[in-house]
Design a protein around this ligand. Structure first.
Ligand code: F6P
Ligand code: MN
Length: 299
């Protein structure tokens, strides 16, 4: 089944239009990566002035989302102020997650949260979320509150379409992998001890340096991704609206749990658009154990 047909059958019209716009633009973004990041010397296919890939992907997605007529506002990690539009859904996005991975050709991603309320809003007002991976495959993983489904870009003779690749994706029972951002000496001691204990539970480290890529493998293999509380950066690095709440929504739909160390990430009411928080996301039992370990040591 193709994505457009799936959306027609399974998503409210406005959400379907937004998701389809994201999927189409993700192909444009992906094809632009070598040129817009200066990887192809002296080549500029459209003859326009070069924009950096993060700005390009921001503008590409923002324009496509606005053109659907379904967005009320579009907020982005790359923009100071949200773009206002006429629809009813607030979109928060990280248009190119992990852009420092371009040079080394490690995975990249894009993250979208679809909120029913004006932003900033908590993850409880999410009505859908979606992430794109640009890895060995371009995939769209999404949820509109009824399970997690995945589509993969497939090139046909006339056009590239997104074909159904997985329905009702669930985190596996047995956790296998973990990845933790920042550096070990910056992690607060409770996190360091907990990570050590994961090795004892048989989990192996797998870290690519892009939240989307790191979370995506946790979704497939079970385990935990964290960008934790750091000694000199208690709020960690990842942003609630653009990054962690949409991924927490998908993760919950897949049977997992996401925490800031004390509470469900979806319950946090951010006061500002770029508000960060520590994030621990993945298999429910692992993340709940982490929460116990961290809260036992914090005052
Ligand atoms: O969006 C920020 C980001 O690029 C994430 O994709 C990634 O998880 C994190 O930074 C990696 O940060 P660090 O290099 O500090 O581990
Ligand atoms: Mn990011």
């Amino acid at each position: 089944m193709k994505l457009d047909e799936f959306l027609r059958l399974n998503a409210p019209d406005e959400l379907g239009a937004l998701a389809m716009a994201v999927a189409k633009s993700s192909l444009t973004v992906w094809e632009s990566i070598p040129f817009k990041s200066g990887m192809v010397a002296g080549v500029n296919p459209s003859g326009e002035r070069q924009k950096a890939i993060d700005v390009f992907s921001n503008d590409e997605f923002a324009e496509a989302l606005a053109a659907t007529g379904a967005a009320k506002e579009i907020a982005s990690e790359e923009m100071e102020e949200p773009v206002k539009a006429k629809g009813s859904i607030s979109v928060a996005m990280d248009p190119l997650d992990g852009s420092s991975n371009v040079e080394t050709n490690n995975p990249l991603g894009s993250i979208f949260g679809f909120y029913s309320r004006s932003l900033p809003a908590s993850g409880r007002s999410l009505v859908g979320a979606l992430y794109v991976t640009y890895g060995s495959m371009v995939t769209v993983t999404l949820s509109f509150g009824k399970g997690v489904h995945r589509f993969v870009a497939v090139r046909g003779p006339a056009e590239t379409s997104f074909e159904l690749m997985g329905v009702n994706i669930r985190l596996p029972e047995r956790p296998e992998v973990y990845g933790v951002g920042g550096s070990r000496r910056e992690w607060v001691p409770a996190v360091r001890d907990f990570v050590d204990s994961l090795e004892g539970r048989g989990l192996r480290v797998r870290y690519c340096g892009t939240f989307v890529g790191d979370y995506n493998q946790v979704l497939s293999r079970g385990g935990m991704f964290a960008y934790p509380e750091l000694v000199n950066r208690p709020q960690g690095k990842l942003r609630l609206l653009y990054e962690t709440a949409p991924m927490a929504y998908i993760n919950e739909q897949a049977g997992g749990y996401a925490s800031d160390g004390k509470r469900n990430i979806l319950d946090i009411e951010p006061k500002t658009l770029p508000e960060p928080s520590p994030a621990y996301i993945g298999s429910a039992d692992v993340v709940r154990d982490l929460e116990k370990a961290v809260s036992a040591t914090s005052g």
